[in-house]
Design a protein around this ligand. Sequence first.
Ligand code: HSE
Length: 311
Amino acid sequence: MKTGIKVFAPATVSNLGCGFDLLGFPINGPGDVVNAKFCDKPGIHITKITKGKMLPYETHKNTAGVAAYAVLEKLGKEKEIGIELEIHKKMPFGSGMGSSAASAVAGAIAVNYLLDEPLTEWELLPLAAKGEMIASGGDIHLDNVAPCLLGGLTFNRNNAAYDVHRVYTPKGVHCTLIYPHIKILTKDARDILSPTTTLKKHVEQSANMGGLLLGFINGDLELVARSLKDVIIEPQRAKLIAGFYDVQKAAMEAGALGCSISGAGPSIFALSDNSVIAEEIGVAMKEVYDRMGIKNDLFVSTINKEGAVLY
Ligand code: HSE
């Protein structure tokens, strides 16, 4: 039996423009590391949090804690087994990069690995989602949790029913992601959204989402480029992100297939078909924020097909 393990859960880009609350993929680099080891006191106990000063240590208030406890509970072991968690945040909060989802997934898989994997990743999905839900005020949207856990691009046909599917993406596709240090609360970025849209925009958005999925599945990146557009959410949220349209223009001029807001923002992502263009896009995006005097972090990555892993 293992005495302790360490897991990594990656940051994720969600929405992908036209797939609001439905699409997401993980990137390489930023994410959460969670260490788990057995202890004598039954239940889940958070003993250390680094780079996440405002995160609570109380298990039932912490996304990783709730997800980890949900795994123990699902196995009927919450009164029998004690586990200590250390959470090391290696990504920014409130950035649109799925920080709370990464913690929730890391908490769930850490317990599962420590107990020699009694549950499959599909069984872990609703348990990790429980953790993410406490950060999102009870809403279920799996566009960060699912790709973080399963790896690769995922499509949530129905969030409440956990009707989640993996979607093929061609080799070579790269993501350039810039995080400008601007504060946006996901709740605020959701509260400003109009609950209705026009029939014309609905048709356009549906067509783009169909085209985006088909483009990925068929390896048709020109179709991806024509479809990676958001006519409903992006126009409403862009005003929360200083310089958004300048960054988008710079990315497109540098050769991006498409560029939009990552999750609820403020991070902005662009897709491209190779690493050279991805790097050039990064330089162009960064130049805009540097010129504006807005601090920023840049990440260039392939689409991470593995998702959360034992470290
Ligand atoms: N899809 C969510 C939003 C963010 O854009 O508000 C992450 O679940």
